[in-house]
Design a protein around this ligand. Structure first.
Ligand code: RAT
Ligand code: ZN
Length: 422
């Protein structure tokens, strides 16, 4: 079917974007087999750390008082302050509303019991089905941390086939502690039977082999699609530090051995206000040359990269023009807001055409898949329509099937091709 008018174009693009099932390449969700690890429900949605940061700007409570409340009380406080006493139009507040709307729930219930009651007729499994269907997401990648004691013991106690039973959930091996806090991680590794020195020096073949063994074992145990790390805005590479050494000699070689990419999420300044707990992290502009040097030094490795600072987006997109082993993905965290998604996605489409992964959800709570993807899909469809309109204007004959192909690439296939699976 040939696209001949602007109305037909807009319809076709928005229909295709809505109907194409998503592969969500970075979330904090867990398969139902992980039990309580999978968060859901109105209380979890309302106590999302994005909303905690917002409520503390209005709340009369001290940090200690807020954290002293039970989860239900925190949720009630946030509902009262952010939704009833002010209009909930921030992205994180609006997200809750979009989710309620798409799940068929009342927008402004007189109290949270109304919502809690609704959830009682669902199990983890049936809610996962409902949410995946409502969000039109076909599969998600989890964030799996072997340094988290609870998660580690789950992987070690269950057969990993059991944990990987639900094919909609894939694992990613997250290595923040290893690369960002070596002193503490090296102690743990020793406890777990890896012969590593805390004072890690270039040429310490034994420690290097042992860390590589640790990474390789966990890639295998999880059947990880990629290895991931979030890095501070002060990240430099190469650099005279343990992180550089571990990346160069352990993590990157383990990735090439397993033929999987390394995902770098760069630009988070952790805990600038620890009183806010998980809501206390800040953004900082980072050094793009670190990514340039990695892509250059390891042409046979692949890097999935997202950066937190708006100021880094342009240079990151340009860098992807220079290195085919670099895949830019997502609008991360504070950038996962419509105005930035629009600006950044448009720039990426102009510089990189269809060879990007425009978005991931970062959902921590199951139902967030609904709003994060609803909001992103709208922006992606509108930016995409503009790009297609420009080539129509230039006389290019555009078919509805071309749109389908491109959208499937953007929302799913680019990822699978980049990681060499499927
Ligand atoms: O977006 C978030 O929920 C953050 O707290 C982080 O988890 C971030 O996405 C990360 O993966 O480090
Ligand atoms: Zn995340």
């Amino acid at each position: 079917e040939l696209i001949v008018s602007s109305t037909q174009l807009k319809d076709s693009v928005s229909r295709t974007v809505n109907e194409t099932a998503i592969t969500d390449i970075h979330t904090h969700l867990y398969a139902p087999q992980f039990g309580d690890f999978l968060l859901y429900g109105i209380d979890e949605q309302l106590t999302y750390h994005y909303l905690v940061a917002e409520v503390m700007r209005h709340s009369p409570l001290s940090y200690e008082e807020f954290w002293g409340l039970s989860k239900r009380q925190q949720a009630e406080h946030i509902w009262q302050v952010l939704f009833l006493e002010h209009s909930p139009y921030s992205e994180a507040c609006r997200g809750v509303l979009t989710t309620l709307q798409h799940l068929g729930l009342e927008a402004k219930a007189c109290n949270l019991e109304v919502y809690r009651e609704w959830y009682r007729s669902y199990t983890r499994e049936t809610l996962v089905d409902l949410v995946f269907q409502t969000a039109n997401v076909k599969e998600v990648v989890m964030t799996n941390d072997p340094f988290d004691e609870a998660e580690r013991s789950l992987w070690l106690s269950q057969s990993s086939d059991q944990l990987r039973k639900d094919a909609r959930f894939h694992a990613a091996l997250r290595l923040d502690p290893l690369l960002n806090d070596w002193p503490a991680s090296s102690r743990k590794l020793r406890e777990w039977g890896y012969d590593v020195k805390e004072d890690l020096l270039e040429g310490d073949e034994r420690s290097i082999a042992e860390v590589t063994r640790f990474v390789t074992e966990w890639i295998g145990r999880m059947n990880a699609l990629y290895v991931a790390v979030s890095l501070p805005n002060s990240f430099h590479y190469p650099f005279e530090d343990t992180r550089s050494l571990l990346m160069r000699h352990c993590v990157i070689p383990a990735c090439s051995q397993a033929d999987i990419p390394l995902a770098l999420m760069i630009g988070v300044k952790r805990q600038v206000n620890p009183s806010l707990g998980p809501a206390g992290d800040m953004v900082g502009r980072a050094d793009i040359e670190a990514v340039e040097r990695l892509c250059w030094e390891f042409p046979n490795n692949r890097f999935l990269v997202t950066m937190l600072s708006r100021e880094n987006q342009y240079e990151l997109a340009v860098l992807a023009r220079k290195f085919r082993n670099l895949m830019v993905f997502g609008n991360w965290w504070f950038l996962n807001t419509p105005s930035f998604i629009k600006e950044i996605t448009q720039m990426r489409f102009e510089l990189l055409g269809t060879s990007v992964i425009p978005q991931h959800s970062d959902a921590r709570i199951l139902e967030q898949l609904v709003y994060k993807w609803n909001h992103s899909r709208r922006v992606i469809a509108s930016v995409l329509s503009e790009q297609y309109q420009k080539i129509l204007d230039a006389g290019w004959p555009l078919e509805a099937d071309d749109i389908k192909r491109d959208v499937a690439d953007l929302l799913s296939n680019n990822f699978w091709r980049f990681i060499h699976r499927k």
